[in-house]
Design a protein around this ligand. Structure first.
Ligand code: NAP
Length: 281
């Protein structure tokens, strides 16, 4: 018997589980497609209903995998996709969104993000996002890889305050956002999406984390995800192409780290004491 996955509420009122599924490096190899589709479907069965993808991943291939995984069950999922900065002009964003809808085999994207800041003015991208929202092609929009100064600039452009999330690198080994960006987002009730929550797999080989995980009869991946569960306002989106690891990640939500456990994690993975530039992958 599982504990339910905790939820958080996006601006606009949609309640979403704080553990979702990533898709980077999916859709690149046809031989792996069936396993990738299956792992996303099992994840969905287990309540990890937020699926994060991007036009960049596999050049549309990951979006097509998501579309296949969701065939006949689109309404169960909350789809996040992203426009590449090079495409994020006013007309380019709209054209990119149309392509993503086609790849995903759906009529709407729940949350559409600017993948990172590029050369196009933020005001143009925001205007395109708002037009897409009015047309019902996206239900909300947000950004990714924005540091605090980028967020301040964003909310100053017309309708920039409608931003619904910032998706950034955040895991036990990369805690810089705890200093300023995470509190800033929390103050504004803006959920933060933690990408690479396992540090792209590197955390799994960390000797300290392996030691702590053993004490919990858990795996390092599970402790890394259980840690993020303790951070309010944070959704983590681990990627796996394996049904076993999808189950393992879901089971991490049943782990309850105590204040003592968290203090131990702080000793091995110290929180930031000063501002550091936002790290990106
Ligand atoms: P991650 O989720 O931290 O790690 C993924 C790696 O960990 C994969 O190699 C996966 O291998 C492995 N893994 C997953 N669960 C595991 C488990 N329980 N035990 C052992 N290994 C496990 O890294 P990520 O893919 O970079 O980040 C997650 C998602 O965030 C991406 O897929 C993408 O959707 C998003 N992202 C966004 C940005 C951005 O700029 N906005 C950047 C990076 C990532 P298997 O597949 O073989 O299980």
């Amino acid at each position: 018997m599982h504990d339910p996955i905790p939820t958080l509420t996006f601006p606009g009122g949609r309640k979403i589980p704080v553990l979702g599924q990533g898709t980077w490096r999916m859709g690149e190899d046809r031989a792996k497609a069936a396993a990738e589709i299956r792992s996303l479907q099992i994840g969905l069965d287990l309540g990890m209903t937020l699926i994060d993808t991007a036009e960049m991943y596999g050049d549309g291939g990951a979006e097509r995998i998501v579309g296949e995984a969701l065939r006949g069950r689109r309404d169960e999922a909350f789809i996040v996709s992203k426009v590449l900065p090079a495409n994020a002009s006013r007309s380019g964003t709209i054209a990119a969104c149309e392509r993503s809808l086609e790849n995903l085999g759906t009529d709407r994207i729940d949350l559409y993000l600017l993948h990172w800041r590029g050369g196009h003015p933020l005001a143009d991208t925001v205007a395109a996002f708002e037009a897409l929202k009015k047309a019902g092609k996206i239900l909300a929009w947000g950004v990714s890889n924005f540091d605090l100064d980028d967020m301040e600039e964003l909310i100053a452009v017309p309708e920039g305050g409608h931003v619904a999330t910032n998706q950034v690198l955040y895991n036990l080994a990369r805690r810089g956002i705890e200093y300023d960006l995470l509190p800033w987002c929390r103050d504004r009730h803006l959920p933060v999406m933690a990408y690479s929550p396992l540090d792209e797999g590197r955390l799994l080989h960390n000797a300290d984390l392996i030691h702590i995980a053993k004490a919990h009869q858990a795996t390092p991946a599970q402790v890394a995800l259980a840690f993020l569960k303790t951070r309010s306002g944070v959704i983590s989106i681990p990627k796996t192409g394996s049904t076993e690891r999808a189950r393992e990640n879901r089971d991490a939500m049943d782990i309850h780290l105590t204040a003592e456990n968290l203090a131990e994690l702080d000793r091995f993975f110290p929180p930031p004491r000063r501002k550091t530039r936002l790290e990106v992958i």
